[in-house]
Design a binder for this molecule. Structure first.
Ligand code: SAH
Length: 250
């Protein structure tokens, strides 16, 4: 099977929609979005991408933005199973890449346990795309040989993470879902030994018309003198200083 071959009746494609700009969809994603019976999409999927959808396809917003209870995840799986059993050709469309902080694993496990055919189409994840839009190389030979992707939810009081070990192993940190907890993230990193002057960038709505980039320091993020709004990628580390601004941004 080729990734972009037409879906069969009762098949689900778990598709990465990329960070927002329709030009960053994969060819397989564009082909499947444009030829299916139903699209079950997350709130993070851009209007621009949805505009490429098959006009006759049923569009179902699965929306779980803000991390609602797992009951809604259950509902999404039930919806996919119901549509598949009805013989529909289904695209399950998720922002970025479906397996990067996207709960795609849970959905394919649910499908597999019901014997439903599925395929997986990776997408460009926002943790890669957002720094690129801001002109920040996520790896730079002079700065880092490792790179960590994290969820900002880890900065909550229940954090199980060893922050000292984290900053020792990873000179560059890319946080998803980090906007709300930004001051807590910054404080934990300072406590773990990072300098107040460590540069960070916040990139909001990356690849979309209203994309915004803000560059600041870890100290400023910790004391609340800068804030971030969702959806933003926060990248922390000396690669931010290697930034080549190739777009007009604020
Ligand atoms: N699976 C997605 C991530 C889902 S978690 C992916 O691979 O990109 C949701 C988080 O993704 C948001 O809180 C934000 O941190 C990030 N995100 C998604 N799209 C974004 C965009 N266009 N610009 C900035 N951040 C984005």
């Amino acid at each position: 099977m080729k990734l972009d071959s037409p879906l069969r009746a009762g098949e689900v494609a778990l598709v990465g929609a990329g960070p927002g700009a329709s030009g960053l969809l994969t060819l397989a994603a564009a082909a499947l979005i444009g030829d299916c019976d139903a699209i079950v999409y997350d709130a993070l999927v851009s209007d621009e991408v949805m505009a490429m959808a098959d006009a006759s396809a049923e569009k179902i917003l699965a929306g779980k933005r803000g991390g609602r209870a797992s009951a809604s995840q259950h509902d999404i799986c039930e919806t996919l199973i119901r549509l598949a059993r009805a013989g529909k050709r289904i695209v399950r469309l998720k922002g970025g890449d479906p397996f990067v902080f996207g709960r795609g694993g849970e959905e394919v496990r649910a499908l597999a346990s019901e014997g439903i055919a599925f395929r997986i189409i990776p997408g460009i994840t926002s943790g890669i795309a957002a720094p690129a839009m801001a002109g920040i190389p996520v790896t730079d030979r002079s700065v880092n040989a490792t790179l960590a992707f994290l969820t900002g939810h880890e900065a909550s009081e229940k954090s199980r993470m060893d922050w000292k070990a984290l900053v020792e192993a990873f000179p560059v940190l890319v946080f998803y879902m980090g906007a709300k907890n930004l001051p807590d993230i910054a404080k934990r990193l300072l406590d773990a030994g990072l300098e107040k002057q460590t540069p960070l960038a916040i990139i909001r709505n990356a690849t979309l018309a209203d994309e915004q980039t803000m560059v600041a320091t870890l100290g400023e993020a910790a004391d609340g003198s800068i804030t971030a709004r969702s959806p933003s990628i926060v990248i922390i580390g000396d690669v931010v200083a290697e930034r080549m601004n190739w777009k007009d941004s604020i």
